[in-house]
Write a protein that binds this ligand. Structure first.
Ligand code: ATP
Ligand code: MG
Length: 225
């Protein structure tokens, strides 16, 4: 399989008083281009922890997290957990898109500005037209000049999806992206998110408590409590 993301035997524990508490033990998974993996499991089972390891904001106790990216010179495999902190920050900016439960839009910027800001910060203005086109695909063509507090929850999350995908990340991480939406909006937003990830040929890890949303993924990994 032509994989994009590979997690191999990753373990993580956190200090718990005088002890340590194991959250993830020897987790392994593989995701190919255009594939979506749903991460389920009860509260506290380590879903956000695994996403943070993939984003390089946490480091594992053991095991490796590998991301394959296309470089001009050919494919490159990045071992996320072996990068310096500065290199992990660069990795996030270039290759990872993150969708949060609480949208995290900048309230003082319009829909258009929220989506274009990360491109401007990263010198990727050449992707602007495509990013604005994605806003139209997501049904926001007539909301470009609105501020986030004038949008419904579903519209805010669709804006946040357009922002997360603007730089065309190879890996998309979504942590309870529908946790703040009603059931109907949740289905719609996830349909759009999955459709866009497939169109880009990226890989997505989607943490969710919602079984019907998890069922839309290509694979489901259930973390043990
Ligand atoms: N930085 C940290 N320091 C100490 N403990 C942590 C840290 N991050 C997470 N934990 C602990 O690790 C466990 C797993 O947390 P995590 O947030 O990954 O769970 P989750 O599956 O995302 O839960 P939820 O469904 O509630 O979002 C929890 O017991 C949590 O308290
Ligand atoms: Mg969580």
């Amino acid at each position: 399989m032509n994989w994009i993301l590979r997690v191999a035997n990753v373990s993580k524990s956190f200090p718990d008083g005088a002890d340590t508490r194991s959250v993830l033990s020897a987790e392994s998974l593989t995701i190919g281009p255009g594939e979506v993996l749903a991460l389920t499991g009860p509260s506290g089972s380590g879903k956000s922890t695994l996403l943070n390891l993939l984003a390089g904001t946490l480091l594992p106790d053991s095991g490796h997290l590998l991301l394959r990216t296309a470089a001009a010179s050919g494919d490159e495999v990045i071992v996320i957990d072996e990068l310096s902190q500065a290199a992990r920050t660069r990795l996030r900016r270039r290759y990872i898109g993150y969708v949060f439960q609480f949208f995290n839009l900048v309230p003082t910027l319009t829909v258009r500005e929220n989506v274009l800001l990360p491109l401007e910060l990263n010198g990727l203005q050449r992707l602007s037209d495509e990013a604005l086109g994605r806003l139209s695909t997501l049904g926001l063509a007539d909301r470009l000049d609105d501020f986030p507090d004038h949008l419904s929850g579903g519209e805010q999350q669709r804006t946040a999806i357009a922002r997360a995908l603007a730089h065309q990340p190879v890996l998309v991480l979504a942590d309870e992206p529908t946790g703040n939406l009603d059931a109907e909006n949740a289905e719609h937003v996830v349909d759009l998110l999955i459709g866009q990830v497939r169109a880009l040929g990226s890989a997505m890890v989607l943490a969710t408590h919602n079984e019907s949303i998890a069922a839309q993924a290509d694979q489901i990994v259930r973390l043990a409590p």
